[in-house]
Write a protein that binds this ligand. Structure first.
Ligand code: PEP
Ligand code: MG
Length: 813
């Protein structure tokens, strides 16, 4: 891709023009460097700065230099004389500064050559001139190209027709194909213009409802037309403003800079499909230890003691109320917890800290609970298991004393949409899908465990919604967990449509295959025995990933073999004769387990997590393998066992041998580090199968924390680098004849699922709700189409290009 150097008298003018141009292409734009002002805030230009800017964006494809006027041109010319180490040709253009820059950025993003970009930039005034009837025949007009072989006519559906953003998408889409494409507006009867020319397309003046005639010639003419048609049918993504938060009025005054940075960082992302409507309820911020405070005077202490008793009684009452609304185990737990709140030992200790030492009530309660938890921890066993309940009681009493909302999930009897900065997996796992209609978080990425659990629960979810906390509590919202759209205060009509749509489910008949009958096993990801019902209901062909760590998130101590056997048997028993792949504990990073996760690691995602925990706690792995073997022998499921976070062949050999010691016959590993993907051929020589953990594979390939909302654009399995890693592992599968599945979230994206099949993946495992959509798309394409599409898509230059190309090749309009 060429680079662009922008030379202006004014840094503000240059920056604004660049911002405007980049809005058309987002993160996929060319490298741009600005040389503006003469230093110290003085308006002017400086040849040295221009030379530096050119060098900064220098590329073998060349650099285009855009200038405003007068001395900017002279400085740019002079800069060429200083330039010693540009990597390719450098071209100065007389193109108009703003329109030319926009045209150049779009064309460059589509991979056009330096000459084509320059020609486009110079012709950039044409749309404006045509509109004002001010055509100038002297200007270089776009070339329409050779005679067309295929054509279609389509009506524009999006509200503003071919304006800048759709034009940029159209140019990007057609550049992916070996075809010459033209577009003409049938209404105005204008001549066809090339579809790779943004300015010419803008000049077509096509509005909503207009029919455009799209013609194409060349080897991939039909594919290019399909791509254009798919874009038009989807309204260029503008029919439902995907990814946009419709901000409430009181947020509307936010500076533009902030809004555009949200767009460029990925904005809100739908991570668990489905539509939901409901009033917003905010998750209270987590409670921190109360700060030290001056000692209470003797007169203050009596009142402080009364406050502790009142707060404890109020918490106990609230818990009893809650218990009365549920039944079974949940009721028992709540009743016991309510008793803890008024436990005489606990309250007595807190009182003594106030009366004897002058502690504030909140610090007294905090310290009293800390002492009890240390004793429980030392005792271990069942007492240690109660520590989370004690912490819950402590937090509730302290919140009551501080006049803050009770921590943890909001206690509601009516349906609501949960908004939180972030959610711990433990909180997400407790969500009641009957009440919590949708989840919206400010942080988090598509592969965060909150997103995964939301999918498992069947609750629509949107992450990276940076302004979600600004939405007023109680406002009604529509949340679209597919597109990431959040509509605040929707109209009655919008609510009615959303409610109707939210009931639609695509069913899966229980056999995954392509149109021509190529078998692809479609399996379910299971987080605990409780989530088995959803997998059975969705007709899953088995389980491709049983995340055992989710069974023990609330354990302070490692579960014994007996407890594990009981949990594993419940899952195995549900799938007699069917495949169940159970994964050994994948603790660490965002899934800490109190009994195994290393404390104080500087960089937990790169630390002792996954299989590495067995280095520190080998007995834990052995007890798990023993439990798996006992459970597998007791049930009729076809059990396979695999290890997470494998990075070396040696680890794979070691794991296989430990499994063999326990009589486990089908042994595999997860490929979720680039190291494992690259050495997959060697790894597959020593195990029976591999399963691609695309969530972590994306995180580690792109060096982007999967929890960071701001990095969501990088943390995307469509990134060509990730797709090429997957291809590497699939090649190893084909070469060794061993199965390679995918159990990361990539498997749940129907379009990507088809690409994965094309790359050679043999099974796909996903949240049960995604099975219908994936099965439906696979049934509409042949394996040959998947293979052809995969070959083109892995060669894409960006994630957007990969997605658009896949849609164009595989989705029927
Ligand atoms: C993955 O990384 O893709 C995966 C399936 O494992 P987890 O999401 O549990 O880390
Ligand atoms: Mg993983």
């Amino acid at each position: 891709m060429i680079g662009i150097a922008v030379v202006s008298h004014s840094p503000r003018l240059a920056q604004s023009a660049v911002d405007l141009a980049l809005e058309m292409v987002g993160a996929e734009g060319p490298a741009i460097a600005i040389a503006a002002g003469a230093g110290d805030g003085v308006t002017g230009t400086d040849a040295i700065k221009v030379a530096e800017a050119i060098t900064e964006v220098s590329s073998p494809d060349g650099v285009l230099v855009m200038m405003d006027l007068g001395s900017a041109v002279m400085s740019a010319e002079m800069a060429l004389e200083f330039l010693s180490d540009a990597d390719g040709p450098v071209k100065l253009t007389s193109a108009p500064f703003v329109e030319g820059l926009m045209a150049a950025v779009v064309r460059a993003a589509g991979g056009a050559s330096l000459d084509d970009v320059e020609r486009e930039a110079r012709g950039a005034l044409q749309a404006k001139q045509t509109h004002l009837g001010d055509d100038d025949d002297e200007l270089p007009g776009p070339q329409a190209g050779p005679a067309a072989e295929h054509s279609i006519e389509v009506a524009l559906r999006n509200p503003h027709g071919l304006h800048a953003r759709p034009v940029a998408m159209l140019v990007t889409a057609v550049s992916a194909f070996e075809a010459t494409v033209t577009v003409a507006n049938v209404r105005s009867g204008g001549l066809p213009v090339p579809a790779n020319s943004p300015t010419a397309l803008l000049g077509v003046g096509a509005r909503q409802g207009d029919t455009i005639s799209v013609a194409a010639a060349g080897r991939q003419a039909r594919e290019a037309l399909d791509a254009v048609n798919a874009l038009v049918q989807r309204g260029f993504g503008e029919l439902e403003t995907p990814g946009a938060v419709a901000v409430p009025e009181d947020c509307a005054a936010r500076p533009d800079r902030e809004r555009s940075s949200e767009a460029s960082s990925g904005g809100p992302i739908g991570v668990s499909p489905g539509l939901a409507v409901g009033p917003i309820v905010r998750m209270p911020e987590p409670l921190a230890e109360p700060a030290p405070a001056p000692e209470l005077t003797l007169n203050e202490r009596a009142e402080a003691v009364d406050r502790i008793e009142a707060a404890a009684a109020s918490v106990a009452r609230a818990l009893i109320d809650k218990a009365n609304r549920v039944s079974g185990a949940a009721r028992e737990i709540l009743e016991v917890t309510s008793m803890m709140a008024t436990d005489p030992g606990l309250i007595g200790d807190a009182r003594a800290r106030v009366t004897d030492d002058g502690h504030t009530p909140e610090r007294a309660v905090w310290a009293a609970v800390s002492d009890i938890t240390s004793i429980f921890r030392e005792q271990g066993g069942l007492l240690a298991e109660r520590i989370p309940d004690l912490h819950d009681v402590r937090n509730r009493i302290v919140a009551e004393l501080l006049g803050r909302p009770a921590p943890g999930l909001p206690d509601r009897a009516e349906p609501y949409v949960l908004v939180a900065r972030d959610l711990a997996p433990a909180d997400t796992a407790l969500i009641d899908p009957a009440l919590c209609r949708a989840i919206v978080t400010v942080e988090g990425g598509p592969t965060s465990h909150t997103a995964i659990l939301a999918r498992a629960l069947g609750v629509p979810a949107v992450v990276a919604a940076r302004h979600a906390l600004e939405i007023r509590e109680g406002s009604v919202v529509i949340v679209d967990g597919t597109t990431g759209m959040i509509v605040v205060d929707p109209t009655d009509e919008q609510v009615a449509t959303a409610e109707q749509e939210s009931g639609r489910v695509v069913a899966f008949d229980g056999t995954g295959r392509t149109l021509d009958g190529h078998r692809v096993q479609l399996l379910a990801n299971v987080a605990s025995p409780d989530s088995v019902a959803a997998a059975l209901e969705a007709n899953a062909e088995g389980v491709g990933l049983f995340r055992t760590e989710f069974c023990f998130l609330d354990h302070e101590e490692a579960p014994d073999v007996e407890e594990q056997v009981a949990a594993y048997r419940r899952v195995f028993a549900a799938f007699p004769g069917q495949k169940v792949i159970i994964r050994t504990l994948d603790a660490g990073a965002d899934k800490p387990l109190a009994f195994v996760t290393a404390e104080d690691e500087a960089n937990p995602a790169l630390g002792i997590r996954g299989y590495r925990t067995a280095w520190r706690s080998p007995k834990l792995l052995d007890s798990q393998l023993q439990a798996i073997a006992i459970a597998a022998a007791a049930e009729a499921a076809d059990v396979g066992v695999m290890a997470p976070m494998i990075a070396t062949v040696d680890e794979s050999i070691e794991f296989a041998s430990r499994c063999a010691d326990h009589g486990l016959r089908t042994v595999g590993v997860m490929i979720e580090t680039p190291a494992a993907a690259i050495t997959a051929l060697d790894i597959l020589q020593v195990v029976d199968f591999a399963s691609l953990g695309t969530n972590d594979l994306a995180q580690y390939t792109m060096a982007a924390d999967r929890l960071a909302g701001e990095l969501a654009l990088l943390n995307d399995p469509w990134q060509p680098a990730v797709l090429r890693m997957i291809r590497e592992a699939c090649r190893a599968g084909v070469a060794t004849g061993k199965p390679v599945g995918v159990c990361g979230e990539a498997a749940a994206d129907p379009l990507l699922a088809a690409i994965l099949v094309g790359l050679g993946v043999t099974s796909l495992s996903m949240s049960p709700r995604a099975l219908g959509g994936v099965a439906e798309l696979l049934r509409s394409v042949t394996v040959e189409q998947c293979r052809d599409a995969a070959a083109t898509v892995v060669a894409a230059s960006s994630a957007t290009m990969a997605r658009t190309t896949a849609a164009a090749l595989l989705v029927r309009a």
